[in-house]
Design a protein around this ligand. Structure first.
Ligand code: NAI
Ligand code: UGA
Length: 449
């Protein structure tokens, strides 16, 4: 049972949008002692959540949901009127990339606010958590206050990582509030401090600032992380050109405490529902504001990242002797990262798609994400077990570094494949160990290994 019983005062909250962010936020707020109603337009999602069956894989989430539902302080509904009983309303709906464009699509956010407006009461606080272009909070505040002048809006961006979402929500590195100036802003920040009382008491830094700074902090954080990954991937290309080893390079760089080792993982690059779309939306917004030149480097960050996928395909084709047709390729990993079943903009799946499109006999396996692959890409072959995927393979691609793949025994594996050739798309394996077991080991950025 995860319950801190920490909140001195139990607040009633609504969480609007119950996907990766909202489902975790709703369940975590109950663990912090509050009463929560989760609202979503997706009936199937709401039904599953109401039975403690999350529509997504996230460690600890099912347990937290089960505890919350059992306590009677958590429920889920598709009815926006349920927000009427809450005093704080978290906006957690998606802000995807616009179809055919780079900017963020705010239709879901605007629709969520439209649905909430009739149920707002004086004294209510609407709290934006979705990732939005700078300027959105000020616009939404005007909308809200034109209907309920005594309601307020804060922007409280979320920094959680999938695969660690519960831990990141309960014990974040920092908490950021964007609030209006004056007493209204102070009252909004006080209310948020009550909601996050446990983290605040534990000494989590709280930065209370204006809307624009809060919105920009989120965009900047993801832009920085993406830039760090593309930086090390650019170094990987230099390693390939010179015989260097990017993993040792990253270790050496990472010992500099000003740089740090995290997010220097070179390989196939970043994917997922956030970093790729967020850097594009950030640049698009900067261009709208006439500041595009300042963020032009993000175009290069994006290009370096997308080029990783093309490089991996080149490496795979070379390993097939340039004749991929009919070659059995086992792809280990479909999720965009380990610890998640999220396949949005998954680098692994893009590589699998491209190899399948040139006639390779590609079979994909993943411990969590296969259902989503089958649902969205029925033309791709999947294997439910690792053994089934690798049996008779002529090439293995490690594209998502799930622990069970990283811990594979190269000696045992050699017995079940047709050709002992592996491409380590995540630089997650020890090349010496695999080569000693008789494997042809290849990777991006390990020219000298
Ligand atoms: N996934 C993550 O790790 C993080 C996501 N974010 C941001 O949080 C936001 C949500 O992202 P995800 O949870 O990943 O997206 P998601 O697509 O998993 O979830 C969005 C949910 O909103 C629901 N929705 C859409 N329109 C609605 C409406 N009018 N009323 C109620 N519900 C509605 C959808 O049915 C869906 O369940 C995005 O802005 C994202 O950038 C921020 C930090 C972490
Ligand atoms: O805004 C968001 O939604 C979130 O986006 C990222 O979180 P997430 O997408 O869950 O995953 P990350 O751990 O950041 O990984 C993103 C991608 O980068 C790749 N990556 C990560 C680290 C690394 O060193 N190298 C690397 O290629 C991962 O494989 C993955 O494809 C940020 O880390 C979160 O702080 C943020 O809240």
């Amino acid at each position: 049972m995860i319950n801190f019983d920490g909140a001195d005062d139990d607040l009633v909250l609504s969480v609007i949008g119950c996907g990766y962010l909202g489902a975790v936020h709703a369940a975590s707020m109950v663990a912090l002692g509050h009463t929560v109603v989760g609202i979503d337009v997706d009936r199937a999602k709401i039904t599953g959540l109401g039975r403690a069956r999350p529509p997504l894989y996230e460690p600890r989430l099912a347990e937290l949901l089960s505890d919350g539902l059992g306590s009677g302080r958590l429920r889920f509904t598709t009815d926006p009127a349920a927000a009427h009983g809450a005093t704080v309303h978290f906006l957690c709906v998606g802000t995807p990339q616009q179809p055919g464009g780079a900017a963020a699509d705010l239709r879901h956010l605007d629709a969520a606010v439209t649905a909430l407006l009739p149920y707002l009461k004086p004294g209510d606080l609407v709290v934006g958590k979705s990732t939005v272009p700078v300027g959105t909070a000020a616009r939404l505040r005007a909308r809200i206050r034109s209907v309920e002048p005594a309601a307020e809006l804060a922007w409280n961006p979320e920094f959680l990582r999938e695969g660690h979402a519960v831990a990141d929500t309960l014990a974040p590195d920092r908490i950021v509030y964007g609030v209006p100036g004056g007493p209204a802003g102070i009252a909004a920040a006080d209310l948020l401090n009550r909601i996050y009382a446990k983290a605040v008491a534990d000494g989590t830094p709280v930065i209370s600032t204006d809307y624009a700074t809060a919105e920009l902090t989120k965009a900047a954080a993801n832009a920085f992380l993406a830039t760090k990954i593309s930086f090390i991937n650019a170094m990987a290309d230099l390693c390939d050109a010179t015989g260097g080893d990017v993993v040792r390079l990253a270790d050496a760089l990472g010992h500099d405490r000003r740089i740090g080792r995290q997010f220097l993982g070179a390989g196939l690059g970043f994917g997922g529902g956030c970093l790729p779309k967020d850097i594009r939306a950030f640049l698009a917004r900067a261009e709208e504001l006439g500041a595009g030149a300042s963020l032009a480097f993000l175009r290069e960050v994006d290009a370096i990242n997308l080029h990783r996928r093309a490089r991996l395909v080149e490496l795979a084709l070379a390993a097939c002797g340039g004749a991929p047709a009919g070659k059995r390729i086992a792809v280990l990993g479909a999720a965009f990262k380990p610890g998640s079943d999220d396949i949005r903009d998954s680098p692994a799946l893009e590589v699998a798609e491209r190899l399948a499109s040139v006639g390779a006999d590609v079979v994909i396996t993943d411990p969590r994400a296969l259902d989503r692959v089958v649902e969205t890409r029925p033309h791709l072959a999947v294997a439910c077990t690792l053994d089934e995927a690798i049996g008779g393979a002529e090439l293995i691609l490690l594209l998502t570094e799930w622990p069970e793949y990283v811990e594979l025994d190269p000696v045992a594996l050699r017995e079940v494949v047709d050709r002992a050739v592996i491409i380590d798309g995540r630089n997650a394996l020890d090349p010496a160990r695999w080569r000693a077991a008789g494997w042809s080991y290849r990777a991006l950025g390990r020219g000298g290994s």
